[in-house]
Every structure is written in structure tokens, then in C-alpha cells.
Design a protein around this ligand. Structure first.
Ligand code: AMP
Length: 303
């Protein structure tokens, strides 16, 4: 990375290093964008928003082992640090906080105090398939808030359940930080940008990845066009199956093909995340699927 591109941006690895900068910044509004790196336009949109609102912008890059399950992709998660730093510098970030796992968790992770979000928020959707995931997320985010001490922090709607968990934690623990949710950034075909999209290798996998958003858009369209209220429990599996079958037929794949495997497709109240019976405004549709061995998520709101 050309040093000149990053001349004004500080790269910080420890809480002590941050403390020195924080003392210089006292009285200024600090905006934090927590990430796991492998930055793309979705992250960039959060950083731009942070740049608008904050006087100082900190991006954290930390692949948090606490939020990965034993069978998940922690070791292969992409870590293109030089590219990430160059992007941050080009967006006018003041500091990148990139701690080691040892700096974040100096003692064994088994002995760590954790933030456990309520089961009412985490026993469904991603939480049902990733036990402990949101505890790992809430714990690291609280730790980042305590270390960086931002007045405002930015999270993507792409991880809608995560955003709900963070908002709940901030409210319940009365944390002095404002949470700003940012819209999902997609590619021209509708695919929600994700660091995990880098795992999609073949054309067929890329086509399969588009199905997540296609299924959601189909449901939105049905809900829009129907004169009657649509029963979510009935309609969602039917529409998903029809779309998956059409995709398989187009690629001459068998019905038991593992190229696209739906994990969940659910309709919930966008505020409470309680299951929604009927497709109507205020409902959020969320989907998770495996494309080969890559797990992807997406969501849309009905309006
Ligand atoms: P991650 O690096 O995947 O942990 O994501 C860091 C932040 O970026 C989270 O708040 C995500 O919700 C957000 N984010 C990731 N992808 C997108 C996207 N396509 N659009 C908007 N925000 C995103």
C-alpha cells in the first residue's frame, strides 16, 4: 500500500495506542464503523455516512473468533488488510483499529464475561442456526464501544438481526452511543454485497446466490399485487420452492442439488422480530441459504 495514501490515517493495534489518540480528540464526535474487514461498497457506505456525521471516524477491523461456531469459516475468512487500509484512507478515515485476538481476549475465551442478548431475539433466524453467535457479536461490540468510546456507531441493515440485537443491548444497558442503521448495498443484479461473496467461484454459484434476493422480490411482488391479505406461513415456502425449482430446471440440476439449499425464509415484524402471520407493511422478510458451502443472508421490508 502506498504510504502517501494513508498519511493522515492512523493504524492502531492496542487500547494503549488508541488512548493517546483519544486524548487528542477529546470533545470531538467520534463515529465508529465495526467490521470484520474484506471491505466492499457496503462497508464503504457505512464509512461515508460516518464521515458525514462524525468529526472523527474509526473503522475497526477484527475477525471476532467469539462469533464463529466450531464448524464455521473463521480460518478461511478473507483478510486483505492492505486493500482495506487503502479503502479506508481513500474515504478519509481517521483511524483503523485492528487489534490481534490476544489484544482483545488476553485471557482464555472460556473464562470471558459475555453479553447474552435475550433468547426472544436470538432463538430464531440466524440465531437458531448459529448458537452463541449473537452473544459473540454483542460481547465484541460492547468491548469496542468501551475501547473506542464513540458517540455514534454504524451498522448495516444487511445483518438485520444483528442490528436488532445491538439496538436492544444499547437500550437495555443504557449505553451512551447512538446506533445508525444503513440500507443494504447490492450489486447490479440485486445480490447483497458481502465479504463472503468472494467465496463464490463458479458461474453457477453466482447465479444461485442471486436466488436469495429473487425469492424475496417475488414475495414482495405477490404481496403488492394481491387484493387479499396473504398468509405468510403458506405463501413463503410455496414461492421459494417454485423459484428454486425454476432455477434448477434452467441449469438442468436435479431436485436434490446442493448448489442452493434454503436454510430459512421467514416473515417477522420489522420492529419486534415476532413472527408475522400476514404479509403487510411493517413486515420484514429474511432469508438464509447455502450456496455450495457458502452461507449467505438477505432481507427486505414490505412497505
Ligand atoms: P462485517 O464486516 O460483515 O461484519 O460487516 C460490518 C458491517 O457492515 C455490518 O454492520 C454489516 O451489516 C455491514 N454490511 C455488510 N454488508 C453490507 C451491505 N451489503 N450493505 C450495507 N451494510 C453492509
Amino acid at each position: 500500500m502506498a504510504l502517501s495514501a494513508c498519511e493522515n490515517m492512523q493504524m492502531i493495534r492496542t487500547a494503549t495506542e488508541y488512548e493517546a489518540i483519544y486524548q487528542q480528540w477529546r470533545g470531538q464526535k467520534i463515529a465508529l464503523v465495526p467490521t470484520m474487514g474484506a471491505l466492499h461498497e457496503g462497508h464503504a457506505s457505512l464509512i461515508r455516512k460516518a464521515r458525514e456525521i462524525g468529526e472523527r471516524v474509526v473503522v475497526s477491523i477484527f475477525v471476532n473468533p467469539l462469533q464463529f461456531g466450531p464448524q464455521e469459516d473463521l480460518s478461511r475468512y478473507p483478510r486483505p488488510l492492505e486493500l482495506d487500509l487503502a479503502l479506508c484512507a481513500s474515504l478519509g478515515v481517521d483511524a483503523v483499529f485492528h487489534p490481534t485476538v490476544e489484544a482483545m481476549y488476553p485471557e482464555s475465551m472460556e473464562n470471558l464475561t459475555r453479553v447474552v442478548p435475550p433468547a426472544s431475539l436470538t432463538d430464531k433466524l440466524c440465531g437458531a442456526y448459529r448458537p452463541g453467535h449473537f452473544t459473540g457479536v454483542a460481547t465484541v461490540v460492547l468491548k469496542l464501544f468501551n475501547l473506542i468510546r464513540p458517540q455514534v456507531a454504524f451498522f448495516g441493515e444487511k445483518d438485520a438481526q444483528q442490528l436488532a440485537v445491538i439496538r436492544k443491548m444499547v437500550g437495555d444497558l443504557q449505553l451512551p452511543v447512538k446506533i445508525v442503521g444503513c440500507p443494504i448495498v447490492r450489486d447490479a443484479d440485486g445480490l447483497a454485497l458481502s465479504s463472503r461473496n468472494a467465496y463464490l467461484k463458479s458461474d453457477a454459484e453466482k447465479q444461485a446466490a442471486l436466488l436469495l434476493n429473487k425469492i424475496l422480490r417475488c414475495i414482495v411482488e405477490e404481496a403488492r399485487q394481491s387484493a387479499q391479505p396473504i398468509d405468510a406461513q403458506k405463501a413463503l415456502p410455496q414461492i421459494a420452492q417454485a423459484e428454486i425449482r425454476a432455477f434448477q430446471e434452467a441449469l438442468a440440476l436435479p431436485e436434490d442439488s446442493a448448489l442452493f439449499r434454503l436454510q430459512y425464509l421467514e416473515a417477522v415484524d420489522a420492529e419486534t422480530f415476532e413472527p408475522a402471520q400476514v404479509l403487510q407493511p411493517g413486515v420484514k422478510l429474511l432469508i438464509a441459504a447455502y450456496v455450495g458451502d457458502v452461507r449467505l443472508i438477505d432481507n427486505v421490508n414490505l412497505d
